[in-house]
Design a protein around this ligand. Structure first.
Ligand code: GUN
Ligand code: ZN
Length: 447
């Protein structure tokens, strides 16, 4: 029950729990517990079993009865752009046109810290409403705007890894910095935010196209500023982009080589997209233990291509999901799961027919592992922190109707990925605490 004064807080949750505790996405990795009891002690799951048995062992604890819905691990978004929350929906353009017309003008607006705070709140609200509890976030080109994101994220309580986005060519002059300023600003942000609560810092050159060798070298120097920093950027998203990168880096073996030459590809690296990799690049990614953030709705919206998931998994490359808002079409990892499934179907014999268990793993456990958080979150097993979402469809909605008579747990999960939206997420917990979106807070005036 509530804090007993001795500093411990124990709650027993009763729910239908679906999760995928394995290390890799597989066809049969679903763990389904129909009437499950989860004991959560100071935010950590300490006991899991059939409810009746757990209740007998914990007769006095407060029970939170979540029956009538489904409990899933909190979703993990491994690639999402905070400054782009207000430009979702810019359809009809390939990557480089979309950046010029849609994304970059909005990103310039974050030079104003007041504007940036508003965007940060909108962004975090989008994550919470979609049930995302952990995210690797592409930040802003402006240090004050990155402070705004971390400040608001700390208030909300989500697990956020983010950083200052750096570029020194080919965007808009207002978005450029210098390698020296990038290093100095990065060091200051790392000192303020990295390792503070649930926040961590990611070194984030926008992409090789907008970074000189000197800028990538400054990123490598920043990686040494503190232990445990993350690295994120874009990779092999669009064929025109790749051609430009090859021209700008004649000495690099390939697109990945532009980062790898500076030591930026390792087990703490997450590269977004990789729709058009070479076999050599997949080999380097696998050997380095780097992860790829697959962003299917973005890849379709921008016409970037069909993600070769089978090639990644066959090569041993770790893959997780990203929404890539704002090129992506919203914050829902359920939607990304469905879109990932569609893409594989469209690949025909080259595609991998994804099961609901694959999709849940990609949306939760794969992301936790990609972000080095696999020992803390990503499933609802004993020892993990209680990061969870309760899915509870509106009565009479198609998902509600569909979930009344599922054939089995796999069928229920298929229906959830096919029909579920943020409107179906009704409670979100991080480390056992209910998280509330900033927009809700300002509407009801409670904070
Ligand atoms: N490559 C460089 N910047 C971006 C971006 O903002 N979105 C996407 N999808 N790709 C990028
Ligand atoms: Zn992106």
């Amino acid at each position: 029950g509530p804090d007993d004064g001795g500093g411990t807080n124990v709650t027993l949750y009763r729910a239908t729990v679906l999760d995928t505790p394995g290390d890799l996405p597989t066809a049969d990795g679903l763990r389904a517990s129909e009437d499950c009891g989860l004991v959560v002690h100071d935010g950590i799951i300490t006991f899991r079993g059939d409810f009746a048995g757990v209740r007998a062992a914990f007769p006095d604890e407060e029970v939170v009865d979540l029956r009538g819905g489904v409990l899933l691990p909190g979703f993990v978004d491994t690639h999402v752009h905070y400054p782009q929350v207000r430009v979702v929906g810019g359809l009809g353009m390939p990557l480089l046109d979309w950046l010029r017309e849609c994304a970059l003008p909005e990103e310039l607006s974050l030079a104003d810290p007041v504007y940036a705070h508003g965007v940060a709140r909108d962004f975090l609200s989008g994550l919470v409403h979609a049930g995302t509890t952990t995210a690797l976030v592409f930040g802003s080109h402006f240090a004050d705007a990155v402070d705004a994101l971390f400040t608001e994220a700390e208030t909300v309580g989500l697990r956020i890894t983010a950083g200052l986005v750096v570029s020194d060519r080919l965007l808009a002059p207002g978005l450029h910095t210098t390698p020296a300023a990038a290093l100095r600003d990065g060091e200051e942000l790392v000192a303020r935010w990295h390792g503070r609560g649930r926040l961590r810092y990611a070194v984030s050159p926008r992409f090789a196209l907008s970074a000189s060798e000197a800028m990538l070298e400054s990123c490598a120097a920043l990686m040494d500023a503190a232990p445990g920093l993350w690295f994120t950027s874009h990779l092999n998203e669009n064929v025109d982009e790749i051609e430009h990168v090859n021209r700008l880096f004649p000495g690099a073996a390939d697109y990945l080589g532009t980062y790898d030459a500076h030591g930026l590809v390792n087990a703490r690296s997450v590269l977004a997209h990789n729709v058009h990799p070479s076999a050599a690049e997949l080999g380097v990614l696998a050997g380095a233990g780097a992860a790829v953030a697959h962003c299917p709705s973005s890849n379709s919206a921008l016409g970037s291509g069909l993600f070769p998931l089978r090639d990644h998994l066959d090569a041993g490359v770790r893959v997780a999901l990203g929404t890539d808002v704002g090129a992506g079409t919203g914050f829902s990892l359920l939607k990304e799961g469905l879109q990932a499934y569609f893409v594989q179907q469209l690949l025909g014999p080259d595609g991998l027919t994804l099961t609901p268990a694959h999709l849940l793993h990609l949306a939760t456990r794969s992301g936790a592992l990609a972000l080095g958080l696999g020992d803390r979150v990503g499933d609802l097993g004993v020892g993990r922190e209680f990061d969870a979402v309760r899915l509870h469809p509106r009565p009479g909605s198609t998902l509600d109707v569909a979930l009344r008579h599922p054939k089995d747990a796999t069928d229920a999960l298929a229906k959830i990925f096919t029909l579920g939206t943020p409107a179906d997420i009704d409670v979100v917990w991080v480390a056992g605490q209910v998280v509330t979106a900033p927009a809700q807070l300002s509407r009801d005036g409670s904070l």
